[in-house]
Design a protein around this ligand. Structure first.
Ligand code: ADE
Length: 232
């Protein structure tokens, strides 16, 4: 059964072929757990030049994505299924994506991901469609496509059947009740260039191992992301 269907609305659908063809996502698609459909906004232009962008009113650099083809594309894609889906626009001016937001999005059966380019969309796209605006971080990408792949990746790994071992997503950094970074991991060999695997991990003493891992998580969080410890 399909758990989440993604409809990606973009000017560059070819950017997704490498990502969709690989490993975990490929397998989730092949197993019928996830569906990703790509739609080219350009296919919804009406003028003969297929113009999707235009110069901004009031002047200034760059181009703005036009309202008519964008709204037409979203409305047509919505009608392709009974459930209209939850519309997300990827934009650096959106709310920042984090694990709780990913968890919330993963409850949706259908997500429409609208990817901007250039200086962004004509504001009327936002006013008319009222999407949830999401940014993946405080930096500017060349478009929403990479951001949408980040969002898909994070949502898909929360589908229980997608990861072989259900526990592995619950133990990720930022998951669970205490939002700490994940502890360090080791595998064979026991020693490499004089660096030994911590003895405790070889002891078989699971309560002690859990305690050690929790301390590691705390230490890592203090070192790399002390802001997480300040949040309540
Ligand atoms: N498009 C450009 N920059 C972006 C960002 N940081 N997040 C989401 N979409 C974007």
């Amino acid at each position: 059964m399909i758990r989440v269907r993604f409809d990606v609305l973009t000017l560059f659908p070819e950017m997704y072929s490498g990502y969709l063809g690989q490993s975990l996502l490929r397998r989730a698609i092949d197993r019928g757990l996830v569906d990703v459909q790509l739609h080219n906004i350009r296919d919804w232009t009406r003028d003969k030049h297929g113009m999707v962008d235009d110069r901004p009113y009031g002047g200034g650099p760059g181009m703005v994505l036009k309202v008519e083809p964008t709204v037409a594309c979203v409305e047509a894609v919505r009608k392709m299924k009974e459930t209209p889906g939850h519309l997300v626009v990827l934009t650096p001016s959106g709310q920042r994506l984090n694990q709780p937001l990913v968890e919330k999005l993963s409850q949706q059966q259908r997500l429409l991901l609208l990817c901007g380019r250039y200086e962004g969309f004509d504001q009327r796209v936002i006013d008319i469609l009222q999407p949830e605006e999401i940014s993946i971080g405080d930096y500017v990408l060349n478009g929403g496509e990479v951001a949408s792949m980040v969002l898909i990746d994070a949502v898909v790994r929360l589908i229980p059947e997608v990861l072989g071992d259900e526990r592995s997503s619950q133990e990720d950094s930022f998951s669970g009740t205490d939002r700490l970074l994940e502890h360090a991991h080791y595998t064979r060999p026991r020693e490499f260039r004089g660096h030994r695997v911590p003895e405790i991990l070889l002891s078989g003493n699971h309560p002690e191992i859990s305690r050690w891992r929790h301390e590691q998580s705390l230490r890592r969080t203090q070192q790399n992301r002390s802001d997480l410890l300040d949040e309540d």
